[in-house]
Each structure stands twice: as structure tokens, then as C-alpha cells.
Unconditional design. Structure first.
Length: 358
């Protein structure tokens, strides 16, 4: 059976979805809807489908899957409308601007009995998939520490390409919701969501309202700790380090290394007889599976999930974790305190309203 697809949005993110959809022979792209009707018509001509100015007109076409690729602040409303209309939904990242909106989206999907997935394509990177397998196989043991540094450089001109970028009203935040939503998803995908977040989010040099730099200290169940740092002012490569009782994973860009501790830390701590002794580190090869870590992988998985009646690889329930952390870092910054998760929905909504000048 061919799945009938509809796309809402006609910007940069929409183009990545369109390229992925065009490669599939089991999907029919029925139409593209956008408030920018000219942009929708241009993309519709290129991809051989119809253009719609209003999303409700597209949703009335009896679609199997709707892709939401619009600015963040519209994700919740459009996603819920599509779910209530009987379609499965693949939503661009971030899932929403604030956690309570995401709660409503997840509840709507459950009530409708439909799938709600999120385009966190970096989960499909071979090094991330390999790290997840090591964790699932218990090779690290209990978590000791996680560290994630992600330079996400953007020149000032990036924020001048659309008036909603980096604004509290239009985007709902800065680097944490836009670029680093991928980073936070990887953090939660590999280490799980933290219990307490203490963060600092700052606007330092970008022409925008919201933060261009963010750092956080994370506390996990079982006394594990974590650190997170990201900025659009810093060029560089993503670095992830996960240390467990039994070993260490280090990811630098598209390379991964795994070191097994012999014996495990918990055993060595109490049995070592030399005051400067440390467990031996035994390097082990890590096998990488195929994958590109792009929107093609996301769509292949989502189509399979719809056909097989299973969860997609990035279900909304898990995508909510990264939004919780992003909201907590902002709330921690403005209230000057550590923030426990789940984040206080009312407190964050009140802060966001204040930042938007409402």
C-alpha cells in the first residue's frame, strides 16, 4: 500500500524532507501547504504535487502521514490538528517550544491511536547507533559521568535570514531549541534524562533576543554527573564522552572509541593496594552499521513503523526529554537555582510569557 503524505511548511527544513520523500517509491506526496503560497507552489511544481495555502485544506485530503516542518511555535497546533484528522505525524525538531505543549501533543497521539515521531536524525548516525548498542549490552555498566560539548557555529547573517530566528515569540528560544535540540536529544538518548539541571544560557554576540551560548551541570539518578556545553559562537567538532563502571565511550565527530576497564571501577576501588593505581584500559574495536544520520533514515524508519504498527526510532515521548532539559536550563538561568525534572510547566510558561513581553 502506498502511503499518502502531506507536508506542512516550505522552508529549509521542508526541503530536507522533500529530498528524502522523493527517494521513496512507497510514498505519494499529495501536497505541500504553507502560508507562503509562492514557496509552496514552487516546491509543488518541482515535486509533482499540489500546493495549498492553508494547512486545513491539505489535511482534508485524507492523508496517512503528515510531516510538520514549520517554525517551532506552530508545531503543537499543526501536529494536534493532523492527529485529530486521522494521520500519523512526523514533526521536525524540536517537538515544541515548551514541555506542556509537548504533553498535549503526546496525549493527542495516544488518544488518536496514531504515531508521533520527531526528526532527530542524528540518532541514526553510525557512531551513535554503535554507542547505544554498547549501552544496551551493558558494556559500560552503571553511569559515572557524561560530557557533551557541541560547537554549532553560525555567523551573524544566519539570524537575519528570517525574522523569527532567535526570538522568544517566533522561535521560543535560541541555540537550545534550534541547533542544540539535536545535541540534547543525543544526551538523553545515550545517558537518559537527568534528575536535576543547573544551567546558564546567555546571549553574547548574536543579533537575536534569546541565548547563543548555554552550559549546564546535570545530576542523574545513582549519583552520576554530567556536563553540557554548546554555542553558535564556537567552531569545532562535537565531542561526547560516557564513562561507566565498566568502561568508557568517546565519540569525536564521526569516530568512536570504546575502552573496557579491567577490573570495573567498583571492584578496583576497594581492592587496589597501591595508592595511585587505576584500572587497566583495554581498547576494543567498535563495529559500525550502515546509516547516514539524515532525513532519509528518519523517513525509512517512520514508514516502516507505520506499516509494522510499531514505535518509530524517535518517539515523541522520548523527544520530550530534550525539550525538558532545554526548558530547565532557561528556567535555571532566570531563577538562579537548580531545576528538578520534570520541569515545572506553569513556572516555565510564566517565564516564557514574560520573555515574550506578554
Amino acid at each position: 500500500m502506498t502511503l499518502r503524505y502531506g507536508l506542512i511548511g516550505a522552508g529549509v527544513a521542508a526541503d530536507m524532507h522533500l529530498d528524502a520523500i522523493a527517494l521513496r517509491d512507497d510514498v505519494e506526496l499529495v501536497g505541500i501547504a504553507s502560508l507562503n503560497r509562492d514557496a509552496a507552489e514552487a516546491r509543488a511544481r518541482e515535486h509533482g504535487c499540489r500546493a495549498f495555502g492553508a494547512s486545513d485544506e491539505l489535511l482534508a485530503e485524507g492523508l496517512d502521514v503528515v510531516v510538520v516542518a514549520t517554525p517551532h511555535s506552530s508545531h503543537a497546533e499543526l501536529t494536534i490538528a493532523a492527529l485529530e484528522g486521522g494521520a500519523h505525524v512526523l514533526c521536525e525538531k524540536p517537538l515544541a517550544v515548551e514541555a506542556r505543549e509537548a504533553d498535549a501533543m503526546v496525549a493527542s497521539a495516544e488518544q488518536a491511536g496514531k504515531l508521533l515521531g520527531v526528526a532527530f536524525q542524528q540518532r541514526f548516525r553510525p557512531v551513535i547507533a554503535a554507542a547505544r548498542r554498547l549501552l544496551d549490552d551493558g558494556r559500560l555498566g552503571s553511569l559515572v559521568r557524561v560530557s557533551l560539548v557541541d560547537p554549532l557555529y553560525r555567523p551573524n547573517v544566519y539570524y537575519r535570514t528570517a525574522d523569527w530566528r532567535g526570538t522568544w515569540r517566533g522561535e521560543g528560544g535560541g541555540v537550545l531549541l534550534n541547533q542544540a535540540s539535536h545535541t540534547l536529544d543525543l544526551l538523553c538518548h545515550l545517558a537518559g534524562p537527568p534528575e536535576i539541571v543547573c544551567g546558564i544560557a546567555q546571549r553574547r554576540a548574536q543579533p537575536m533576543e534569546a541565548e547563543d551560548t548555554a552550559t549546564a551541570l546535570l545530576l542523574y539518578a545513582g549519583a552520576a554527573v554530567g556536563t553540557f556545553a554548546t554555542s553558535t559562537l564556537e567552531p569545532g567538532v562535537q565531542r561526547i564522552e560516557l564513562v561507566g563502571d565498566r568502561g568508557r565511550i568517546e565519540i569525536v565527530g564521526d569516530s568512536i572509541a570504546f575502552e573496557r576497564f579491567e577490573p570495573p571501577i567498583s571492584e578496583h576501588l576497594v581492592t587496589a593496594t597501591h595508592m595511585f593505581a587505576a584500572p587497566a584500559g583495554v581498547a576494543e574495536a567498535v563495529e559500525l552499521s550502515p546509516g547516514r544520520g539524515d532525513h532519509r533514515d528518519v523517513h525509512a524508519d517512520f514508514v516502516a513503523a507505520v506499516r509494522e504498527g510499531r514505535e518509530p526510532r524517535v518517539p515523541a515521548r522520548e523527544a520530550l526529554w530534550s525539550l525538558e532539559v532545554a526548558n530547565a536550563i532557561v528556567l535555571s538561568t532566570h531563577e538562579g537555582r537548580a531545576v528538578p525534572l520534570p520541569v515545572d510547566r506553569d513556572a516555565y510558561a510564566a517565564l516564557l510569557a514574560k520573555l515574550r513581553g506578554q
